[in-house]
Ligand binder design. Structure first.
Ligand code: CLF
Ligand code: SF4
Length: 306
């Protein structure tokens, strides 16, 4: 949905609930859990640390497969999770592909969840390519919190991270891919902030590729009015391009060292690099128990056709 900025009401407070959001508020993570609803199958870009047999490593740990849910089953998933842990404050779509590559399932899921659980905070992560054109609808559905994975702000670095970008059916590669993705990400974040969404940026730390560039990303995040900055160590998915090329992953210590130089923005230090079907407290993932209780998973993620 395309909406002119002039027609948007900028007065809405979309930070409501931050005191109960386990990712945006470390204290809240001790008491409140989140549930990820794995309804977004496809992706529209190709990150070199990703392999599409696995979850999106931008907001999840590669190397684990998940079942997919239909939007109609998302409400039931939340009831199942609540049987195991009742204080679920957030429901989110975080893959296993990109939440906005085919936004229909994501939007339908938010609609159904909001109707059944009006008190639950809605959250979403995305690579940002299709963010701008979906902002108005996300707000209509009641989403307040959005995470965008931004791994570079410079096209010469971004082109080493992405193999292709498919925007509106046109496939871009190399510098063109990097430029269009960066342009859409920055524009999406800028407008989301203006509309009052609470935004987190996730950056995947890739040794030798963007480690020296994290400060530039944080500076850009500050300028854009992003609320929270989260740097995650890259864990290259098996069979991914980086994995095959021998690009080594990073670890928490690498992240801590880089973050010493980052000032002037809220930093997330308690990220668990969750699965796209994670459930419960960040510290205690219940996804395995939940999927064992359900019979309505479409099929194993690995078997889904792309
Ligand atoms: Fe999920 Fe992400 Fe929303 Fe949290 S996760 S979509 S903001 S509800 Fe949280 Fe998990 Fe880290 Fe993400 S610990 S991977 S930051
Ligand atoms: Fe993979 Fe996520 Fe990148 Fe898409 S956005 S290619 S699912 S890591």
């Amino acid at each position: 949905m395309n909406t002119k900025l002039s027609s948007i009401d900028f007065t809405a407070d979309l930070s409501a609930g931050i005191e109960k959001h386990p990712c945006f508020n470390k204290e809240a993570s001790k008491h409140y859990g989140r549930v990820h609803l794995p309804v977004a199958k496809s992706c529209n870009i190709s990150c070199n640390y990703c392999h599409r047999d696995y979850d999106c490593p931008n907001e999840s740990r590669p190397g684990v497969t998940s079942g997919l849910l239909l939007p109609e089953d998302a409400v039931n998933r939340i009831y199942e999770v609540k049987k195991l842990f009742k204080d679920i404050s957030v429901a989110a779509v975080a893959g296993p592909g990109d939440s906005l590559a085919e936004p229909l399932n994501t939007m339908k899921t938010f609609e159904l969840v909001k109707k059944e659980f009006p008190e639950i905070i809605l959250c979403m992560s995305t690579n940002g390519l299709n963010l701008r054109e979906n902002l108005e609808e996300l707000r209509e559905k009641g989403v307040n919190f959005i995470t965008v994975t931004l791994n570079a702000t410079d096209a010469s670095i971004a082109r080493k991270i992405y193999r292709y970008v498919n925007y509106n059916g046109i496939v871009y590669t190399e510098k063109d891919a990097a430029e269009i993705l960066l342009d859409k990400q920055i524009n999406g974040i800028e407008n989301a902030v203006k509309m009052g969404f609470t935004i987190k940026i996730n950056s995947v730390l890739i040794p030798g590729v963007n480690d020296f560039h994290i400060k530039d990303i944080s500076d850009k995040a500050k300028k854009l009015g992003v609320y929270l900055f989260n740097v995650m160590p890259m864990i290259p998915a098996e069979e991914s391009y980086f994995y095959k090329m021998g690009v080594s992953g990073a670890n928490r210590k690498d992240v801590a060292n880089i973050m010493k130089g980052i000032k002037g923005i809220n930093i997330m230090e308690h990220c668990r690099q969750c699965r796209s079907d994670a459930a419960g407290l960040l510290e205690n993932d219940l996804s395995k128990e939940v999927s064992e209780r359900e019979e309505n998973l479409i099929c194993e993620f690995k078997k889904m056709p792309y």
